[in-house]
Design a protein around this ligand. Structure first.
Ligand code: GUN
Length: 283
């Protein structure tokens, strides 16, 4: 089987046009959605992500506010900035770009974001709501994956979803979201013995572990839906995922490319969550 390539860029573009209309409607009511981004230090990858997030906001009319803090910032200073933004009526969503420097513990920072402005869905209250199957802000990458699955007409109920990776940002919430959608979910991670045994049982395989080419054709069931969340750079500086695309595309039913698969959806879901935040705050 040769897989259908899931064009995340095109799907994201279509959704952004719809989101722009939602922003226009809000503006007519006197509400301009606003996203505050806090960036600590100058990690090159984070700088690129933040630039892309702000550009996407601008393109659909969301106001974005950037707060660049030095690498040496203290937890206290960071918390004070968050508290200021919690009280700022122009700010509907707050995002602290991760990773933070090693002297800053995210567990002391993320819970200080007001849960109604937590457009990343990383606040423990919102993470708990996702686990309980309640409506909440869902982390952007898992939410983007669920939208991609919907777009390709993949019915999740009753399917076996295997998630490779257990980060708080992607793996764990992706598994919980798929469970809420009535999939049977298996988590695999760096300590899993015989990874291939599990991945080759997957109807839906989500790979988010940051290891280039970890998943080859032998890991994949014929016709499976393969979602590659990995963003790695090869020796020549080109972006590659965690899945050996050339090999796996000959066996899967659907596959996301890197770049142009999950990435554009993640930012689109950030826009969507920010619009939801603005609607909820002004309800
Ligand atoms: N770093 C990598 N992915 C993310 C994300 O989705 N949100 C934030 N805040 N930081 C990240």
């Amino acid at each position: 089987m040769t897989a259908k390539i899931i064009d995340g860029k095109a799907i994201a573009q279509k959704l952004r046009e719809r989101l722009k209309r939602e922003v226009d409607d809000l503006k007519e009511k006197g509400i301009t959605p606003g996203l505050a981004v806090i960036l600590v230090g100058e990690d090159p990858a984070s700088l690129t992500y933040v630039r892309n997030k702000r550009k996407a906001c601008r393109e659909i009319g969301i106001r974005s506010f950037l707060f660049s803090l030095p690498e040496t910032v203290s937890e206290g200073e960071l918390v004070r900035k968050i508290e200021e933004l919690n009280g700022d009526e122009q700010v509907h969503g707050i995002l602290v770009q991760l990773p933070l420097p090693s002297h800053v513990n995210p567990a002391n920072i993320l819970p200080r974001i007001h849960p109604m402005k937590d457009v990343d869905g990383f606040h423990p209250l919102n993470a708990g709501k996702l686990m309980a199957g309640e409506k909440t802000f869902i982390p952007c990458t898992p939410l983007g994956i669920s939208v991609l699955l919907k777009e390709i007409g993949c019915r999740v109920e009753g399917k076996h979803a295997v998630v490779v990776g257990r980060s708080n940002i992607v793996g764990k919430p992706a598994g919980q979201l798929l469970l809420n959608m009535n999939a049977t979910v298996t988590y695999c991670h760096s300590k899993t013995a015989d990874l291939q045994k599990f991945t080759s049982m997957a109807d839906i395989l989500i790979v988010a572990c940051g290891k280039p080419n970890l998943i080859g054709a032998g890991h994949v069931k014929e016709g499976a839906v393969v979602i590659d969340v990995g963003i790695n750079r090869d020796e020549s500086g080109r972006l590659t995922g965690d899945v050996n695309f050339e090999e796996v595309k000959e066996k899967a039913g659907f596959i996301t490319p890197v770049p142009g698969g999950v990435g554009p959806m993640t930012i689109t879901m950030l826009l969507s969550n920010t619009i939801q935040a603005a609607k909820q705050i002004h309800r």
